[in-house]
Design a binder for this molecule. Structure first.
Ligand code: PHB
Length: 394
């Protein structure tokens, strides 16, 4: 019996088939970029900042490139790797994204390696910073930084500034171990001594007991890596334990004095020396334009280093699409990103054609008060730093 319902279903299938047949030409008009970010949970500030940076790029440069409209699809993985991977699959299979981006923490970035390799879809790492991530798939590229890139200049600077005995304190996972390893390598090769190496858990860290140990060890300085967002708790406990009063200098990667939370830290942060690739106070026409556009759209926020990873990630996608004249195939885009260079709000950058990682300046900065607010004020530059973990073949 041919029912009316069956007839309707058949004609619906016909319509669906004709929509599908028409899909390729429609798909050529819109290029979807899927950002997977922690928008909730303890690392939500990273998600907020990367998204704000990406959207600011589009506000400043439009949403059309090589004749195609760019559509941003933002999804929350709540900082959980199995969700990151599931969302990546959905975005590729159901939403038809041409490029993925975001990735707020190393385990989240790593979780998509098999997915992007199989689907041949490029993934732009805009936040995560363990050096080895980009080696896990040929479809990764990166616009954030690597911890070895930031930690080595801090170690060099320390040995040149009368710091001889150091305790390291890092979060116990990929980027923390990278920071500890590469700081220690450079610092000891140049004659410094590591008195103690402390690792703290990623979840719910309490620094107080570790800081007591650091105080007892009485080093010239403590070198710290903590992921973005965690620095204010550390700074409070550092001050409460009287480490600064005991003459122990705080040196760190810029993740600790993150622009997103620096003002909240208040006076204890003053004088902290860090090395990193981006400060909201970076003095250049490109950064002034970026900070103005960002603040116009997000008046309650200040752009941090995560945001510039989002901004430059979008630039990389736009520039690659321009180079391929709008060809969105993963292999064409990955070929196009190699060797691209541009002037970012952070300064001059390029994509290393060998590693697909970003080459950039690392700036030494000191936390200072400027017009009643705290900023990371740059005072020295290490130019065009490649990820040392790959440059040396280690
Ligand atoms: C990471 O998990 O790779 C990560 C997260 C936050 C940072 C740096 C690295 O500030």
């Amino acid at each position: 019996m041919i029912t009316r319902r069956l007839l309707i279903a058949a004609s619906a299938a016909g319509i669906a088939a004709s929509v599908l047949a028409a899909a390729p030409s429609y798909a050529q008009e819109t290029v979807k970029v899927g950002l997977i970010l922690p928008m909730t949970g303890p690392f939500a500030s990273t998600g907020r900042q990367v998204e704000a940076g990406a959207r600011t790029y589009m506000a400043m440069h439009g949403d059309t490139v090589a004749g195609k409209k760019i559509e941003l699809v933002v999804r929350d993985d709540a900082g959980t790797a199995d969700q990151t991977r599931r969302i990546a699959q959905e975005l590729i299979v159901n939403d038809g994204v041409s490029v993925l981006g975001g990735f707020g923490l190393t385990p989240l970035a790593l979780s998509v390696a098999p997915v992007i390799t199989q689907a041949k879809v490029p993934a732009v790492i805009m936040a995560a910073a363990t050096a080895s991530i980009t080696e896990q798939s040929d479809y990764y590229t990166r616009t954030s930084f690597t911890l070895p890139q930031a930690a080595v200049p801090v170690a060099t600077w320390a040995t040149e500034n009368d710091i001889k005995r150091v305790v390291t304190l890092v979060t116990d996972y990929g980027p923390g171990i990278d920071a500890e390893t590469w700081f220690t390598k450079e610092f000891t090769e140049k004659g410094g001594e590591i008195v103690e190496a402390v690792r703290v858990p990623l979840q719910n860290p309490d620094f107080a007991p570790y800081l007591q140990r650091v105080r007892d060890a009485d080093p010239d300085a403590i070198f710290v890596f903590l992921p973005s967002g965690v620095g204010s708790l550390f700074m409070k406990q550092f001050a409460d334990r009287g480490l600064a009063d005991a003459g122990i200098k705080l040196i760190a990667t810029g993740d600790v004095t993150d622009d997103d939370i620096l003002n909240e830290m208040g006076k204890p942060a003053l004088g902290t020396i860090t090395g990193q690739h981006y400060s909201a106070a970076h003095d250049s026409p490109e950064n002034n334009a970026y900070v103005d556009a960002y603040k116009a759209a997000y008046p309650d926020m200040r752009p941090n280093f995560m945001s510039v990873g989002g901004y430059d990630g979008m630039h990389l996608i736009y520039a690659a699409l321009e180079k391929t004249s709008g060809d969105t195939s993963g292999d064409a885009l990955m070929e196009a990103i190699k060797g691209l260079s541009w002037t970012s709000p952070r300064g001059p950058v390029s994509i290393d054609p060998e590693t697909r990682d970003i080459i950039q300046n690392i700036y030494m900065r000191e936390v200072k008060e400027v017009d009643g607010e705290l900023y990371n004020v740059e005072f020295a530059t290490y130019e065009a730093v490649k990820d040392p973990a790959k440059a040396s073949g280690e």
